[in-house]
Design a protein around this ligand. Structure first.
Ligand SMILES: Cc1cc2nc3c(=O)[nH]c(=O)nc-3n(C[C@H](O)[C@H](O)[C@H](O)COP(=O)(O)O)c2cc1C
Length: 251
């Protein structure tokens, strides 16, 4: 089977161009070293974006789209078009930043609404994207694992596959701390100075990037077998529609 190149999308959850963006760029560069991964990965940020919170109006279940008009739709379309997503976030209050939470809440409900018509029973589609996560904060043991767990839960709800990097640096995702330095370029500078903790964060981000790309390749390579064995199940229709045989057809 000839496979198209895999598209990796980076999403930075920081409202500034700082440490999260630094680790995201490193992860994307690492992903692109994997053969079969498209070069020039798209990278998006919540920075400067208008992303209002979900208002629970429920209209997305009727019209398949969010009724709030802001930067959400463009980000959703990029998310849908990617085979792999790498999130890189700063820890905020031991969790993920609010802007990204707004995006994730609206992504889930509006896509569940959009594809609701596929199902006779109350099921949700499996988008089967590989999702890798990176979180860093100013302090040590200060919410990195909680923030990553939030993103893993998001991956599971979206019927995606959460991926981590290589042990021993990455257990549930890429993680780091800036050794109490609140500056946006702290990690980049500390890596240049060869600070051991910053180098661990860097290594974990790079391995998350590479392993997430490889998982996306695996998933996409399995599409044909899935189509043969379970292709009739509508929960896989969105994923299979993006496979080479039927590329371009949207369910
Ligand atoms: C509102 C807010 C909440 C924060 N909460 C935490 C926290 O709970 N734990 C932590 O380690 N750092 C926390 N930080 C610090 C950032 O995670 C840290 O400065 C990080 O390096 C910022 O990443 P960035 O440069 O990508 O924006 C917080 C920062 C802000 C602005």
């Amino acid at each position: 089977m000839s496979m198209r190149e895999i598209r990796v999308l980076g999403i930075c959850g920081s409202p500034r161009a700082g440490n999260s963006l630094f680790l995201l760029r490193e992860a994307l560069a690492s992903a692109e070293t994997v053969p079969g991964i498209a070069k020039g990965s798209q990278s998006l940020s919540v920075r400067g974006k208008k992303l209002a919170p979900c208002i629970a109006c429920g209209r997305c279940y009727e019209r398949g789209d969010c009724c709030l008009e802001d930067d959400f739709s463009a980000m959703r379309d990029a998310w849908l078009a990617a085979d792999a997503i790498i999130y890189s976030v700063p820890v905020y209050h031991m969790s993920i930043p609010g802007q990204l939470k707004c995006f994730i809440d609206r992504l889930g409900n509006s896509l569940f609404g959009r594809y609701r018509g596929l199902f006779t029973e109350d099921k949700l589609p499996k988008f089967l994207k590989a999702i890798g996560n990176i979180a860093q904060g100013v302090h040590l043991h200060s919410g990195q694992e909680h923030a990553i767990t939030d993103l893993i839960n998001h991956a599971l709800l979206m019927g995606c596959v959460p991926v981590t990097g290589d042990l021993w640096q990455a257990y549930i995702g890429g993680a780091g701390w800036t050794s109490n330095d609140g500056e946006p370029r702290a990690l980049e500078r500390q890596c240049a100075e060869r600070l051991p903790d910053a180098l661990v964060a860097l290594a974990s981000a790079r391995s998350v990037g590479r392993r997430t790309a490889e998982m996306a390749l695996l998933l996409r390579a399995g599409a044909e077998g899935l189509d043969r064995s379970a292709g009739g199940d509508p929960i896989y229709r969105v994923f299979l529609a993006a496979s080479p045989r039927s590329a371009g057809s949207t369910p």
